[in-house]
Write a protein that binds this ligand. Structure first.
Ligand code: 5GP
Ligand code: ZN
Length: 116
């Protein structure tokens, strides 16, 4: 399987890691959309959020436990943050290894571009 994020997990492609435990890896997005832009992934490959929910719902909570730890440890709980997961073509998903974008570090603007 040719998956870029699996290669990052295996260390075949470099990344700047900010969090790691037995099951979860988090690293800076290469093309940041906010002052802080981190991607949280499960180390076991799964293509999107719906597949992950169907395969093993505990993987979703394991990712969110890591996100919660990170946001608490880095003072983002008080300042605020946004979690996004893109699924399928309308959302513009480009990497088919489920990932959650953590966006933070300053005002993010309103969600609502779709209203235009
Ligand atoms: P998607 O569009 O699938 O929700 O998000 C994929 C994200 O992966 C994008 O924000 C993109 O910038 C990021 N990305 C793509 N290739 C790499 C890479 O090689 N390294 C890192 N750290 N991020 C990447
Ligand atoms: Zn993968």
């Amino acid at each position: 399987m040719d998956c870029l994020f699996c290669k990052i997990i295996e260390g075949k492609i470099p990344s700047t890691k900010v969090y790691e435990d037995q099951k979860i890896l988090a690293f800076y997005d290469i093309q940041k959309l906010a002052k802080i832009h981190i991607l949280f992934i499960h180390k076991k490959h799964c293509s999107n959020i719906n597949a992950m929910m169907e395969e093993d719902i505990s993987k979703v909570s394991e990712i969110f436990i890591a996100i919660t730890k990170y946001t608490k440890q880095h003072g983002l709980e008080e300042k605020g943050f946004r979690i996004v997961t893109n699924t399928g073509p309308d959302a513009g998903q480009t990497i088919f290894h489920t990932h959650f974008h953590l966006l933070a570090g300053g005002p993010l603007g309103a969600l609502g571009a779709f209203r235009k």
